[in-house]
Design a protein around this ligand. Structure first.
Ligand code: XBP
Ligand code: MG
Length: 260
């Protein structure tokens, strides 16, 4: 059965973007909006239960009831109040996206071990590449260009990002969208994810998933993953297999072709 495509999640999988990228950008946007909100490293780990930046801000407001600017309140029953809050969250999130892209432009967030090597191998072998992420499209483009390689965003046949589907991960929508758009057979694809939400989304779309966990996700439930690794590995930087079976010191497209 030939390997048709590799589908990558972005945040936490291509690079560890959450703690020093997204979190910092949220705090910068809060500051610029005159809010006294500040998300610590540890607290942000709790907020990561909700995927999607706008959804995460709303979850924070609903769960922790922080001070809101005058004229805004939480009342989903009243359409006017709800529309005003939604528009304000969208503006705040736009400012966060700008701050995040500026952070990435500083070039301090690298791709995770093995990412660039595996993507290059896939290109050389004619294996198709796609992205399925909850994050906003400008963030993905900026990360690919700064952390992976200049021009890397053109290496992906499809970048499915953000609000392109109605329901974000853990719903399977974003993976179903990729499968439909690229006319892929899920049995011939491999997904790379880092979190339980991403794993649930991918397996919900019938996709075989490899998890490369990170500090924020290392205690997630990955029971349905076919393989769990600390990272993809590179020559002289061996991967550690936490669940499943993989040969060699690092994951190769050759091996994935035999595996699928
Ligand atoms: C991770 C997310 C994103 C980022 C923030 O996405 O949940 O929401 O935390 O990005 P994934 P935005 O792992 O699917 O790549 O603020 O642009 O949503
Ligand atoms: Mg992720």
């Amino acid at each position: 059965m030939p390997l048709q495509a590799l589908i990558f999640d972005v945040d936490g999988t291509i690079a560890n973007t959450e703690r020093d990228g997204h979190r910092v950008a949220f705090n910068l946007a809060f500051d610029a909006a005159g809010l006294n909100w500040n998300w610590s490293e540890q607290f942000y780990g709790e907020l990561l239960i909700v995927a999607g930046g706008k959804e995460r801000i709303r979850h924070f407001i609903e769960t922790y009831q922080p001070d809101l600017p005058p004229g805004l309140s939480l009342n989903a029953e009243d359409p006017k109040t709800e529309a005003a809050l939604k528009a304000w969250i969208a503006d705040l999130h736009r400012a966060k996206t700008e701050a995040y892209c500026q952070i990435l432009a500083e070039g301090t967030i690298p791709a995770r071990t093995g990412i660039l090597r595996l993507i290059k191998e896939a290109r050389a072998a004619g294996v198709r590449l796609a992205i399925a992420t909850t994050s906003a499209l400008p963030n993905v483009l900026a990360l690919l260009e700064t952390a992976v390689a200049p021009g890397a965003s053109d290496w992906f046949e499809l970048i499915a990002a953000g609000d392109i589907v109605p329901h974000k991960k853990p719903a399977p929508d974003i993976y179903q969208y990729v499968l439909t758009q690229l006319d892929l057979n899920p049995a011939h694809c491999v997904v790379f994810e880092d979190s339980w939400q991403g794993l649930k989304a991918a397996t919900g779309a019938g996709l075989r998933t490899i998890v490369t966990a990170n500090r924020y996700t290392q205690n997630d439930d990955f029971a349905t993953a076919r393989l769990v690794l600390n990272h993809l590995g590179d020559p002289k930087v061996p991967m550690v297999v936490a669940q499943g079976v993989a040969q060699g010191e690092y994951l190769t497209v050759d091996w994935l072709q035999r595996w699928v």
